[in-house]
Design a protein around this ligand. Structure first.
Ligand code: SF4
Length: 164
């Protein structure tokens, strides 16, 4: 565990389990529906992480997994390889943050809708597992883990409003 993290592994295992169940559920169920939908989801998921790599360029967690709002995304990890410590303008950050939120949330919400509409008649309650687990994750992970993050004062994702 990186020493700049203020939390322990046990803090996140149970919480992030909900994210993992949701993520794997989306992959499996979209794969059942159509390989095209699956590829669209993966494409936007990678794009979301590339945007996060820009957002996290100045964070002490750059080059590691984020212990704050973006825990299981690999953007912060990727950031060290892609983005050097150069200054990124406030305007670029603002635009990047907007696209990050729209693409990130839009991708998940669109996938949940596709899954429920396409598979409700055959798989019924199983189609609700990914959105239900994601909702639990978003509701409990951010309020519990974000305050333990050593970059909580400066994190652009957590302090989204400061950029507008
Ligand atoms: S704390 Fe914020 S800036 Fe740092 S890695 Fe996480 S999301 Fe990125």
């Amino acid at each position: 565990m990186n020493k700049i993290y203020n939390w322990k592994l046990k803090d996140t295992v149970i919480i992030d389990l909900f994210y993992i169940i949701s993520f794997i559920g989306i992959i499996i169920l979209l794969g059942i529906i159509s390989i095209i939908y699956l590829m669209i989801f993966i494409f936007f998921y990678i794009l979301m992480n590339l945007l996060l790599a820009i957002i996290c360029h100045d964070c002490p967690h750059q080059g590691h997994f984020c212990p704050g709002p973006s825990q299981l995304l690999f953007g912060a990890l990727l950031s060290k390889k892609l983005i050097k410590k150069e200054k990124i303008s406030r305007k670029t950050m603002r635009i990047t943050l907007v696209f990050y939120v729209l693409i990130g949330m839009g991708n998940f919400i669109f996938s949940f809708i596709v899954i429920i509409i396409s598979l409700w008649s055959s798989l019924f309650l199983i189609t609700l597992i990914p959105p239900f687990c994601f909702l639990i994750y978003a509701t409990i992970a951010w309020p519990i883990l974000c305050p333990k993050c050593s970059n909580k004062e400066n994190c652009p994702v957590r302090n989204f409003k400061k950029y507008f």
